[in-house]
Design a protein around this ligand. Structure first.
Ligand code: PGA
Length: 248
C-alpha cells in the first residue's frame, strides 16, 4: 500500500516561493510515496501546472458545504474539480478553532464531496484532541465525537477513497511531536473504531510537527499510513529529506 505525504501549505506562499519549492521536489519523489500539495486556492493553477506529468497531486484545504450560491469567500467542490484537485482537507483543527467548524459541519462538507458525481477528489478528514483533553483522559471521547457524524457518510459511500488524519492539536506547529507510543495507541484505536462502525478500513495519516527526523520512526508504526505536514512542507530543505525518510 502507498504511503501518503500530504503537504498542508496553510496560508503561506507567494508565486515566487511556490515556484522555487515545487521545482525542488516535483519530479524527484521517491517511489512508493503518494504526495499531495494542499495549497491556498489562488495557487491551484500554479501548482497544477508544476505537477502535471509528475506523480505529485494537488488539492485544497477546505470546501463549502454548499454546491454554489451567494457565499462570499467560500470555495465550491466544483471549483476544486475544475482545477483537477485530487485532495481536499476537511475539518482541520485550525478551521474548527478559528472558524467554529463543528463535527456536523465537517460531515456535511464530506457529504458534499462524496455526493459529487464521478469526482476523483479524495477528502482528508482531520480529527484530534487538545492538550487539556488529552490530560483529562478524554482522547477517545473527543475522537468519537468528531468521527460520529462522518460515519453515516462513510457507510453510504464504501467505494470512495477517504483519508483520515489524526492531528493532536497540541502537536501542530509547536515542534512537540507525539511520542511513538501515543501515536501507535491512538491510531490503533481509530482503526478499530472505523472498522467496527463503518465495516472497512481507511488509511490514517498522522500530523503534528512531522519532520525528517521523526518521520522515519512514525511511518513504521502500525496503522500509520503517512503524514499531513505543515511547516516542514514549506521548504525544499525540509520537505525533500522528509519524503526520503518515509522510504528509508
Ligand atoms: P505542522 O502542521 O506540521 O506545522 O505541525 C500540521 C498540520 O497542521 O496539518
Amino acid at each position: 500500500m502507498s504511503r501518503y505525504v500530504i503537504a498542508n501549505w496553510k496560508m503561506y506562499g507567494t508565486l515566487v516561493r511556490n515556484a522555487h519549492l515545487l521545482q525542488g521536489f516535483v519530479g524527484d519523489v521517491p517511489s512508493g510515496i503518494e504526495v499531495g500539495i494542499c495549497a491556498p486556492a489562488p495557487y491551484w493553477f500554479q501548482v497544477r501546472q508544476a505537477c502535471l506529468g509528475s506523480s505529485v497531486r494537488w488539492g485544497g484545504q477546505d470546501v463549502s458545504e454548499h454546491l454554489e450560491g451567494a457565499y462570499t469567500g467560500e470555495v465550491a467542490v466544483g471549483m476544486l474539480e475544475d482545477f483537477e484537485c485530487q485532495y481536499v482537507i476537511l475539518g482541520h483543527s485550525e478551521r474548527r478553532q478559528y472558524h467554529a467548524e463543528s463535527s456536523e459541519l465537517v460531515a456535511r462538507k464530506l457529504r458534499r464531496v462524496m455526493d459529487s458525481a464521478g469526482t476523483a477528489l479524495v477528502p482528508i478528514v482531520c480529527i484530534g484532541e487538545s492538550l487539556r483533553e488529552r490530560e483529562a483522559g478524554q482522547v477517545e471521547a473527543v475522537l468519537s465525537e468528531q468521527l460520529a457524524p462522518v460515519l453515516t457518510v462513510l457507510k453510504a459511500h464504501p467505494h470512495r477513497s477517504v483519508l483520515l488524519a489524526y492531528e493532536p492539536v497540541w502537536a501542530i506547529g509547536t515542534g512537540v511531536v507525539a511520542q511513538p507510543a501515543e501515536v501507535r495507541e491512538t491510531h490503533a484505536w481509530i482503526a478499530q473504531y472505523i472498522q467496527l462502525h463503518v465495516g472497512y478500513s481507511l488509511p490514517i495519516l498522522y500530523g503534528g510537527s512531522v519532520k525528517a527526523d521523526n518521520a522515519g520512526v512514525l511511518i513504521k508504526l502500525p496503522h500509520v499510513d503517512g503524514f499531513l505536514v505543515g511547516g516542514a512542507s514549506l521548504k525544499v530543505e525540509t520537505f525533500k529529506p522528509l519524503l526520503e525518510s518515509c522510504v528509508a
